[in-house]
Design a protein around this ligand. Sequence first.
Ligand code: ADP
Ligand code: MG
Length: 483
Amino acid sequence: MSKPALIRGYEVVIGLETHAQLSTQSKAFSGASTRFGAAPNTQACAVDLALPGTLPVLNRGAVERAIRFGLAVGATVAPLSIFARKNYFYPDLPKGYQISQYETPVVQGGEVEFYVGEARHVVHLTRAHLEEDAGKSLHEDYHGLTGIDLNRAGTPLLEIVTEPDMRSSAEAAAYAKALHALVVWLDICDGNMQEGSFRCDANVSVRRPGAPFGTRREIKNLNSFKFLQQAIDFEVQWQIDLIEDGGSVQQATVLFDPATGETRAMRTKEDAHDYRYFPDPDLPPLVIAPEWVERVKGEMPELPRAMGERFQREYGLPAYDATMMTQSKAFGAFFEATARACGQPKLAANWLMGEVSRRLNAEDKSIDASPVSAAQLAALIGRISDGTISNNGARQVFEALWSGAGSEVDAVIEARGLRQMSDTGELSAIVDAVLAANAKSVEEFRAGKEKAFNALVGQAMKASKGKANPAQVNELLKKKLGG
Ligand code: ADP
Ligand code: MG
């Protein structure tokens, strides 16, 4: 890990708390549906409304997903964990407390590995605990009144807490992306950030290098990687300004406003003791038998890291390429299908990191939505490596496939006249003509000017209207000039 850059002489310290909504059909402690977007209060049952006499019943599927996560990050899955009540008053929390886990969470420790550019980073996890979400206050369209929608109340969340390990906003964003990719890969969260299924709180402080940790402020509810990075960048400058002006940072909870790019204090931060946590008497301790963990282990998909290592081993990919190819399960599958079909794994990785990613990013698409299939990409790569088309021609074929102007690689090559001249007789004639017409360059080359050779290659390419295979032109020229 490289030394983090200082900002105006300060080191940035970041710890993230991420809420991943678990993809169960029903809620954490009731049978109501978790489906997004229903009419307000149509998916809130008596338990979610906190009607007297109701009792919570834990959703096994939520626990199962927590176990999957724990195994994936190399954490300890606690054989016994405790649900606690976190007490606070808010209109969208009818019970007056949130069921969470406090002293004994279900997942303890673990780590997440990711890259910032080509540098490998590891962030340690403190814990991941199960809890329920609150409802929503709706401030729009109610004639100045606030509405309460309890559809979200009781939705299962896994709150994933890191150690204060990150040292830049870029690192925090890269961690969040890697974590997002992981929970989607594990099929425990749908990852939909617009719908709030994955949201981060960023704890940020600054310090002089070597000094103890500074006081942190917590930026709540960041639901995009871009906002996460922007919010931290703003917050860091704000804290440094304050300290440089002789002030000191007060622990606080702040909100980020995407419209202004600024963070703003919401409330001074509660300490844990303000919540009066205590074990929930309505819920017995959560006991997870070793057999359950073993079963989940047996059902785990191949994880990104293992898949990346396999890609290095089986296909000879460099470590960086292997990480890029395993950015999602779908991406890994696409790479593998392409590599197998064309037998050129490195070229497949290059195309996927280059042209394919460029177009996917530009159109904000994921690999599942690529208009060019793995079979088509493999066919295209095949035609580059057998010399039928040049790289430039290949880019044109790719564009045609992407835009739907063509669907069959060879047909596109023929229709657009992109086939490289590979007939040596024809090429030989062109090279002879070029040599005859450029006596000066030939002379210069013989006198030792390497540049003159390139000029001759250029002339031959031009004479072939770009259809000659440059490698063949080179070879022919060398032979004829040397002879
Ligand atoms: P809470 O927010 O629940 O009061 P914690 O003390 O558990 O919580 O810390 C929450 C997060 O704050 C963790 O991700 C932790 O790494 C991070 N954190 C703790 N101290 C600092 C600090 N000085 N600077 C930045 N982040 C910090
Ligand atoms: Mg917190």
